[in-house]
Ligand binder design. Structure first.
Ligand SMILES: C[S@@+](CC[C@H](N)C(=O)[O-])C[C@H]1O[C@@H](n2cnc3c(N)ncnc32)[C@H](O)[C@@H]1O
Length: 265
């Protein structure tokens, strides 16, 4: 998609941020042909203000900022990264490999109350207390929990079969989401990055956010509404834009995506 923009707008430059080294390597390969028009940096969205200030040389502010949130297929498909409940691997889940705390640390070191809070707040898991209790009990009996499949088995073993049948989705989905959000401090980074982005876009510019679950989308929706009330600009999308059936067919992971955009006055 970016290639099309480069061809259409010869003046366009692109500054890309990701906290994952592998994502940056892949993006650098894909965009190599655009030479100096592309600058890729390892950083966190929450530092967007410093990055824009340091690296946007020609202009004071960006024309547009796009936040593509959450986890990538690159991360989900690599069992060694530990993001997927469908793959056997270490319970890692760090997007930034230089970060020190893994999901394994959280699972093995947090108290019952702390685990339950994370599962409830970041996974919206109805059975947060039951699952936290099962994890702590397993730890006490058998020691360290170290693989994704071990964690999935504990979750499956704790939830009544009737509940699992009614769930429709994988029973470990919410716990994995919660752990991933906690390890990468995703909601806080989004909150900070979004707030700062308003000061990094030029007048008439646009801020676009692609989110993949309701916690992210709610935060974006409320921030944009507040900005509109404060007279900072107007909602470019009154309702979030979701992928069409054809897109979901060719890319099933896009099914939960929601795009919201805000135009700055
Ligand atoms: C849905 S993927 C999108 C990847 C890319 N836009 C693409 O289309 O291939 C989200 C990416 O955002 C990165 N990410 C998530 N939260 C981040 C944050 N707070 N700071 C920097 N990168 C982040 C992840 O590492 C991941 O590579």
């Amino acid at each position: 998609m970016l290639s099309r923009f480069f061809l259409r707008f010869p003046e366009l430059g692109f500054l890309g941020i990701d906290q994952d080294d592998q994502a940056l390597v892949m993006a650098a390969q894909r965009l190599e042909c655009f030479g100096e028009r592309v600058l890729l940096l390892k950083s966190n969205f929450k530092h967007i203000d410093e990055i824009v200030k340091t690296y946007l040389l020609k202009e004071e502010n960006a024309d547009a900022i796009l936040f593509d949130l959450g986890v990538s297929s690159l991360q989900l498909d690599d069992e060694e990264r530990g993001f997927s409940f469908n793959k056997e691997g270490p319970i890692d889940m760090r997007m930034d490999k230089d970060a020190t705390v893994t999901a394994c640390d959280l699972i093995n070191k947090l108290t019952y109350d702390e685990l339950a809070k994370i599962f409830y707040e970041y996974g919206e898991e109805r059975f947060s207390r039951l699952l936290a209790r099962a994890i702590v009990r397993h730890r006490d009996r058998y020691g360290q929990i170290s693989s994704t499949s071990e964690l999935v088995d504990i979750i499956r073993g704790a939830l009544p079969a009737k509940v699992q049948r009614r769930m429709g989705k994988h029973p470990a989905r919410r716990v994995f989401q919660a752990l991933r959000i906690a390890v990468n401090d995703e909601l806080n980074a989004l909150k900070m990055g979004l707030e700062k982005s308003a000061g990094c876009v030029r007048s008439g510019g646009i801020i676009v956010v692609l989110s993949y679950h309701s916690l992210e989308d709610r935060l974006v929706k409320h921030t944009f509404k507040r900005w509109e009330t404060d007279g900072l600009g107007s909602l470019y999308t009154k309702k979030p834009i979701s992928p069409k059936a054809e897109e979901i067919k060719s890319n099933p992971r896009s099914r939960s995506a929601k795009l919201r955009a805000f135009a700055k006055f």
